[in-house]
Design a protein around this ligand. Structure first.
Ligand code: NAP
Length: 275
């Protein structure tokens, strides 16, 4: 069965829209872009469109790669202090000459709608969640929507990034799954994936997960986004696995739309907290 992230994200967006239309002052999301990464331009346009649809103001500040670090710091401080700004994110990746770690951690933890500051990550680690990274949160919401119980289930997460793999593993643990985390140095990846009741791949390699690696009736979540000859593919060989899995996310139309919906959700959550 298909886990339809697009349908659920549309439902969440419509719920947000129905709330914002009652607000005289609209919630506001501020996006900081540094440099001119092509994929970032596309993601920012997608976020701007989604904000427009649900009635969230969108402020986009773009710095040239030659910008001074201090200019960016000043902007983050200004947005932190602006009571009308409910969410701030730095579109990643940023040029390597900038200290991403330092800049991210300047964002006020209650406006950090990507959930990537040390404080929010630490709170997630301790089970005292504040703002949660959007992709992992979207995956949990999708599993909940289809009443997929995680308690006692073996969840295998392939990928250990701070953006997806690690925070997702913490959320799965909070849901009482037994969690295994695999990465590029894992030996015999298929040994682990074959044990998974819930298999999540967040790597960025087309066809990494083939049918020999998946247990019958597993739930398969494909986070990967790999563009080949202008077409988008996940990490999972969907055609091979769709008849083995009990549930599977398509690419596109699975995890991607949920990520954007959770961003809007985080902005609205902060706005409503301050009403
Ligand atoms: P990342 O930071 O590059 O992390 C990739 C992870 O995969 C790393 O932990 C790496 O291991 C691991 N890995 C690499 N090759 C592997 C292999 N052969 N076997 C097992 N593990 C391997 O990427 P990310 O930011 O987490 O993103 C992962 C993918 O998800 C990308 O395709 C990205 O575009 C996509 N993504 C999608 C969404 C969405 O909304 N759908 C959101 C975010 C990301 P090491 O740690 O050992 O290097």
């Amino acid at each position: 069965m298909l886990l339809d992230g697009k349908a659920l994200s549309n439902k969440i967006k419509d719920e947000i829209k129905s709330k914002t239309k009652n607000y005289l002052i609209k919630p506001t999301l501020a996006v900081i872009q540094i440099g001119n990464d092509e994929a970032s331009n596309i993601y920012i346009r997608t976020k701007a469109k989604a904000c427009e649809y649900v009635g969230i103001n969108f402020i986009h500040t773009k710095f040239e790669e030659e910008a001074l670090e201090q200019e960016i710091i000043n902007k983050i401080i200004e947005l932190n202090n602006d009571p009308y700004v409910n969410g701030i994110l730095i579109q990643l990746p940023i040029p390597s000459k900038f200290n991403q770690y330092k800049l991210l951690n300047l964002i006020n933890k209650d406006k950090d709608v990507d959930g990537l500051t040390n404080i929010n990550m630490g709170m997630l680690f301790k089970g005292n969640n504040n703002l949660i990274p959007c992709t992992p949160n979207g995956i949990i919401k999708l599993l909940e929507e289809y009443n997929i119980d995680l308690k006692g289930k073996h969840a295998v997460v392939v990928g250990r990034s701070n953006l997806v793999g690690k925070p997702l593993s913490m959320l799965l643990l909070q849901k009482d799954a037994t969690v295994t985390i695999c990465h590029s140095k894992t030996e015999h990846l298929d040994y682990f994936t074959k044990q998974a009741d819930i298999l999540i791949s967040a790597v960025g390699k087309k066809d990494l997960i083939t049918k020999e690696m998946v247990k019958e009736n597993a739930v398969v979540i494909d986070v990967g986004m790999n563009r080949v000859d202008g077409k988008l593919y996940g990490d999972v060989n969907y055609d091979e696995i769709k008849d083995i899995a009990s549930y599977i996310t398509p690419v596109p139309g699975g995890v991607g739309p949920m990520t954007v919906a959770m961003l809007l959700y985080n902005v609205l959550r902060n706005y409503e907290k301050n009403l």
